[in-house]
Design a protein around this ligand. Sequence first.
Ligand code: KIV
Length: 271
Amino acid sequence: MPTHSEPKKITTHTLAKMKASGEKISMITAYDFSFARLFDAAGIDVVLVGDSASNVMAGYETTVPITLEQMIYHGQCVVRGIHRSLVVVDMPFGSYQSNSDIALASAIRIMKETGAHSIKLEGGAEVVDSIQKIVSAGIPVMGHLGLTPQSIYKFGTYTVRAKEETEADKLRADALLLQQAGCFAIVFEKIPAALAKEVSESLSIPTIGIGAGNDCDGQVLVMHDMLGINNEFKPRFLRQYANLQDTIDNAVRQYIRDVKSKDFPSEKESY
Ligand code: KIV
């Protein structure tokens, strides 16, 4: 008889129960083993291997360039650090937009090669066929509406979406379509809080907000933003929980001084 049990793993069903009971869902991005392990141990509900890896890991200006192979690599690294959290891997630009067969093939590769529990993709009516096909194959899908960064060249800016009634109506309709297509949750990025509240209350599946107010069923932040690894990025929606840029800068400067002055390594730090 075991004396203690493993912590219960988070599944898509856990998230549905959390929405029903009013418990908010916590989600954060991760791209490697070490941070995934820390976030999982801290008790985060969902770890998103975001295609924001294109920005924060690869240094590109947009999420457009990152490839399926690169996302699979980041997914594999994250999954090795996870015991409890639900892992979602973003489908990168170009891996699902052409047609639903290509979308399914890409989703299957992500699931088989990373060991992740689900995938996320951006868009509404345009991608519903693909979502249905992926869900029918047994793969849980998270949707993503509002600001969809893979379409940045269509939008032209990263400002708040769905402020106009026509776009808000499309978001309402898209959210319902995604729910009907079988999505287990939807990310709302940078939309008015009142709209996010209204649509979240109208859906039976959980919504996860980023820049979408306090009435979504959960919240997500990019780890580099919330940990203050890049202090230049300070959008209104961001709450910064640490200032790792300064911490790391101070540590590395001190290390350089210690090496140059021959203070490091000391006798105790030598064999
Ligand atoms: O790629 C990402 O980090 C995301 C979040 C902003 C939701 O999609």
